[in-house]
Design a protein around this ligand. Structure first.
Ligand SMILES: Cc1cc2nc3c(=O)[nH]c(=O)nc-3n(C[C@H](O)[C@H](O)[C@H](O)COP(=O)(O)OP(=O)(O)OC[C@H]3O[C@@H](n4cnc5c(N)ncnc54)[C@H](O)[C@@H]3O)c2cc1C
Ligand code: FES
Length: 251
């Protein structure tokens, strides 16, 4: 992990309210595991704390982050111009663990796709991708993923199945090979629904949690989550996570 200076080389809208920023780093980043994240210093004097973002892509010294504008920090990032300077701290946290001989089921809701894109590109063997979003206006978020023909659901039914992504997965769950392993990133209600769906078959599932963060380094304890670990129930999402076993977290 390192704090690296970078220059923005692209910062383009992908679909309304969502952008992809690419940063040329001044030196190579340490090897990145899918699911790891960076703390990005947004180039704005109004935004003091760094913001956490999953590594969407990293190649030839260029780091990309796919992000949704949700507040002050991401709005300032969307306003940043090419050649502006940013600081990138990372890679941070514990990423996904890929198990050989398992069929990989990747499940993402909305901008959760940013947290699993790198994972998708590293998975070998049998894999399938389930993605849910609000409407076909967001469909462009999935176009970037190579060799991916996702199962898609939209809440308004404008593309793919009507409903949420866990309802979509439920329609296919009996067709999955065994052993299967689910990787998920999305809003918390999606994790609760996944737990309900997977509990009978007790399918292993790793989830990427997005908690608010201040330091990203395990120092401030601002990101703790309760888990079912009896000896040490409180875990820092930035340090012990952001990827956790679905069956070990309190929802
Ligand atoms: C490990 C990790 C990886 C992430 N990866 C991505 C990513 O790849 N792309 C992306 O768009 N976002 C990602 N996020 C979420 C992103 O960090 C927040 O959206 C961002 O920090 C919000 O900053 P803001 O100043 O724009 O919003 P704020 O003004 O701080 O908050 C606006 C709204 O967003 C909510 N919010 C703030 N921080 C978070 C957070 N960390 N997680 C969830 N909700 C939050 C607030 O509760 C509030 O409702 C990730 C978060 C974590 C912890
Ligand atoms: S953000 Fe400070 S301990 Fe996790």
């Amino acid at each position: 992990m390192d704090d690296i200076e970078g220059l923005i080389v692209r910062n383009d809208p992908v679909v309304p309210g969502h952008f992809r920023v690419s940063v040329r780093l001044s030196k190579p980043m340490a090897p990145i595991r899918p699911g790891q994240f960076v703390m990005l210093k947004v180039p704005s004097s109004e935004v003091f704390l760094r913001r956490p973002f999953s590594v969407y892509d990293y190649r030839k010294g260029i780091l990309s982050v796919l992000y949704k504008v949700t507040g002050k920090g991401t709005a300032a990032l969307a306003d940043a111009r090419v050649r502006e300077r940013v600081m990138v701290l990372g890679p941070l946290g514990n990423g996904f663990t890929i198990l050989p001989r398992h069929e990989a089921i990747v499940v993402a809701g909305g901008i959760g796709i940013a947290g699993v894109s790198l994972l998708w590109s590293k998975l070998r063997g049998r894999k399938s991708f389930f993605w849910g979003c609000a409407s076909d206006a967001e469909a462009g978020l999935v176009n970037d993923m190579t060799s991916c023909e996702p199962y898609i659901s939209t809440m308004d039914g404008s593309l793919g199945c009507k409903g949420n992504v866990v309802e979509l997965l439920a329609q296919h769950i009996n067709m999955l090979a065994s052993p299967a392993l689910v990787f998920a990133c999305g809003p918390e209600p999606m994790f609760a629904a996944l737990r309900d769906l997977l509990k009978d078959k007790r399918i292993p599932c790793q989830v990427l949690l997005e908690e608010r963060m201040a330091c990203g380094l395990g120092v401030c304890f601002g990101c703790v989550r309760k888990t079912l670990d009896e000896t040490e129930p409180y875990k820092r999402v930035c340090k012990e996570g952001p990827v956790f076993d679905l069956w070990q977290i309190s929802l």
